[in-house]
Design a protein around this ligand. Structure first.
Ligand SMILES: [Zn+2]
Length: 246
C-alpha cells in the first residue's frame, strides 16, 4: 500500500541567509560604465555564490541537468551584461516583495514559480538556472522554516541585516544601530525639553498645555484620541510641570 511521502525542506544555513542579506544590500546600476571598475562587483559576488548553491542543489538530478546548470550560470557570471544585471535586479525586487508579504501574512503565503523539483525523493534535487528561481527557492525554505523574521530592513541606517533571532517588530539591522537610534531619540527628547524649558520661561508653557488639554477633551468627546505628536508634546509639558512643582 502506498504511504504518504515526506519531503524535507532544509532550514537555510548561515551561507544562504548571508547570501540573501548580500542580495538585499546589493547595488546594481542600470547601466555599465567602463570607466568605473567597481561597477558590477555585487553582481559577480552574487553570481559566484549562486553558481555554487545551484550546483549543490542539483545533486541527484543527473549529469545532463548538472552540466546544463553549470553552463547557464557560467555564461551568466562571465557576461556581466545588462540582461544579467536585470535578472538580478528583478530577483532582488521579488525578494523584497516576498519579504513584505511575509511580514503582512506571517501565518503563511502562497509561493508560485518554484524551480523544477525531483520526485520521488526525501531530499529532492532542485534545478535552479536563474537568479529568480534561486531567490524563490531560498525564500520558500526560509518561509517554511520561519526564518525570515531574522532579516530586517534597518529603520536607522537603511541597510538590510541579519539578526540572531527572529522577533516581532524588530527594526534595526544590528545591536549597534539599535543603540545609536535609541541615543538619538534621547538626544531629540532632550532638545525638546530645552525648547519647552524656553517656553516655560517665556510663560507660554501653561498656555500650550491648556491648548493641548482642550484639544484632547474635544477629540475624546468625539470618540477620538490625541495624535502621536501632540501626545508626545503633552508628555514633555506634563513632565516639566511636575519638575517645576516638585
Ligand atoms: Zn542599521
Amino acid at each position: 500500500m502506498a504511504r504518504n511521502a515526506k519531503l524535507l525542506l532544509p532550514v537555510l544555513n548561515k551561507k544562504e541567509l548571508t547570501f540573501l542579506r548580500t542580495a538585499l544590500n546589493a547595488s546594481i546600476p542600470a547601466t555599465i560604465t567602463a570607466a568605473d571598475p567597481t561597477v558590477g562587483t555585487d553582481v559577480f559576488t552574487l553570481s559566484d555564490a549562486a553558481v555554487k548553491m545551484a550546483i549543490t542543489y542539483s545533486r541527484g538530478a543527473g549529469n545532463h541537468y548538472q552540466s546544463s546548470i553549470r553552463q547557464t550560470w557560467t555564461t551568466l557570471k562571465d557576461g556581466n551584461t545588462l540582461t544579467h544585471r536585470d535578472k538580478w535586479r528583478r530577483a532582488i525586487m521579488i525578494l523584497k516583495e516576498f519579504l513584505a508579504g511575509a511580514k503582512r501574512y506571517p501565518g503563511g503565503l502562497l509561493i508560485d514559480g518554484l524551480p523544477p523539483i525531483g520526485v520521488p525523493s526525501k531530499r529532492p534535487p532542485i534545478v535552479v538556472r536563474e537568479p529568480e528561481a534561486l531567490i524563490r527557492w531560498l525564500f520558500f525554505r526560509g518561509m517554511a522554516n520561519r526564518q525570515l523574521g531574522r532579516i530586517v530592513e534597518c529603520a536607522y541606517c537603511g541597510k538590510w541585516g541579519l539578526r540572531n533571532r527572529a522577533r516581532q517588530g524588530m527594526k534595526y539591522c544590528t545591536k549597534q544601530c539599535q543603540q545609536d537610534a535609541h541615543l538619538e531619540g534621547v538626544k531629540r527628547s532632550q532638545n525638546s525639553s530645552i525648547e519647552f524649558a524656553a517656553l516655560e520661561t517665556s510663560g507660554r508653557r501653561a498656555v500650550r498645555l491648556k491648548q493641548i488639554n482642550d484639544r484632547k477633551r474635544q477629540l475624546e468627546n468625539a470618540g477620538g484620541a490625541l495624535p502621536k505628536a501632540l501626545r508626545r508634546e503633552k508628555e514633555i509639558l506634563d513632565y516639566s510641570e511636575r519638575m517645576r512643582t516638585s
